[in-house]
Design a protein around this ligand. Structure first.
Ligand code: NAD
Ligand code: LMR
Length: 316
């Protein structure tokens, strides 16, 4: 029932495509990369699920890869090595995301676009600016995938409290890098935390990505946990938008929530429905500690957003 494109068949793109190949509602899976995608697609195509998988390699096949796609997921671009920030990826990944966004605007302007490529705080505004220039921008259809922060929060909190991670729900707002990641532990239902626990968990959630980058020791960043998180986001999007069963997930979208503090994009809980980001849910009450986290978040986030917006407008 749904045609999905995954733009990049690398560390994230491959396991994400594997998970999407098994999704009962995905009938076509279009896998694009500048290298390797036909082989990965051939491999996936032997799995006995109904999604038809096609691999497209090289810029000259990008239009064909996107034709008729209803959901496009973008994990294209270089990952971090130890010692790098996500912002250090900007110089290479900004241009990659801009090119892919132009192709989406041309070939499947109504697709729900889900951006994984870092720095997410800037690549989502880049995509929005490209869509605006093409006259195709619908803020309800563009998402930065921050769900890995929520997945990590569920894991780390459940390890701390001995709960079932699948039932441990944590809302994470802000952006997707270091101090812009703001977990709202004060809002976790049924659990209370000491200040020491709050500070340790917050730090681990904010810098969980660095933990993986360090452990992989130069071989990249999170791929498998990211594929899990992205597949869950696509599943929720399919349920909300195509099966009309509203679902709440966190994502980074154009949002009024921190607009007064200079941030036109902000991650929060959103209700996914037929039009995409149907409702942006309120942040809710913050503890004093979380108010401090919020202040640090918006200071950095507004700079990251402006950098993405300027990249597209200066390049014009
Ligand atoms: P990777 O190097 O394993 O794979 C990246 C793929 O992108 C490669 O196959 C490469 O050929 C492809 N690529 C490069 N330019 C392209 C283009 N113009 N069009 C299509 N494909 C292109 O990297 P990875 O581990 O899969 O990570 C990809 C990105 O995802 C990185 O920027 C990383 O920082 C980011 N990431 C984000 C999150 C998140 O939570 N949002 C989590 C993990 C990683
Ligand atoms: C993550 O949170 O794991 C990703 O954003 C990748 C990274 O660079 O840390």
């Amino acid at each position: 029932m749904v045609k999905v494109a995954v733009l990049a068949a690398g560390g994230i793109g491959q396991p994400l495509s594997l998970l999407l190949k098994s999704h009962p509602q995905v009938t076509e899976l279009s896998l694009y990369d500048i290298v390797n995608s036909p082989g990965v697609a051939a491999d996936l195509s032997h799995i006995c699920t109904k999604a038809k998988v096609t691999g497209y390699k090289g810029q000259e096949n990008l239009d064909a890869a996107l034709a008729g796609c209803e959901i496009v997921v973008i994990p294209a671009g270089i990952p971090r090595k130890p010692g790098m920030t996500r912002d250090d990826l900007f110089n290479i990944n900004a241009g990659i995301v801009k090119g892919l966004a132009e192709a989406i605007a041309k070939n499947c302007p109504k697709a729900f676009t889900c951006i994984i490529s870092n720095p997410v705080n800037s690549t989502v505004p880049i995509c929005a600016e490209v869509f605006k220039k093409a006259g195709t921008y619908d803020p309800k259809r563009l998402f930065g995938v921050t769900l890995l922060d929520i997945v990590r929060s569920s894991t780390f909190v459940s390890e701390c409290k001995g709960t079932n991670p699948q039932e441990t729900k944590v809302t994470v707002i802000g952006g997707h890098s270091g101090v812009t990641i703001v977990p709202l532990l004060s809002q976790v239902k049924g659990l209370t935390f000491s200040q020491e626990e709050v500070e340790a968990l917050t730090h681990r959630i904010q810098f969980g990505g660095d933990e993986v980058v360090k452990a992989k020791d130069g071989a990249g960043s999170a791929t498998l946990s990211m594929a899990y998180a992205a597949a869950r986001f696509v599943d929720s999007l399919i349920e909300g938008a195509f099966m009309k069963k509203p679902v709440v997930e966190c994502a980074y979208v154009e949002s009024p929530l921190a607009a007064a503090d200079g941030c036109s994009f902000f991650a929060s809980a959103i209700e996914l429905g037929p039009s995409g980001a149907e409702k942006i849910l309120p942040i809710g009450p913050l503890s004093d500690y979380e108010q401090g986290l919020y202040k640090a978040c918006v200071e950095q986030l507004k700079t990251n957003i402006a950098k993405g917006v300027n990249f597209v407008n200066q390049a014009a």
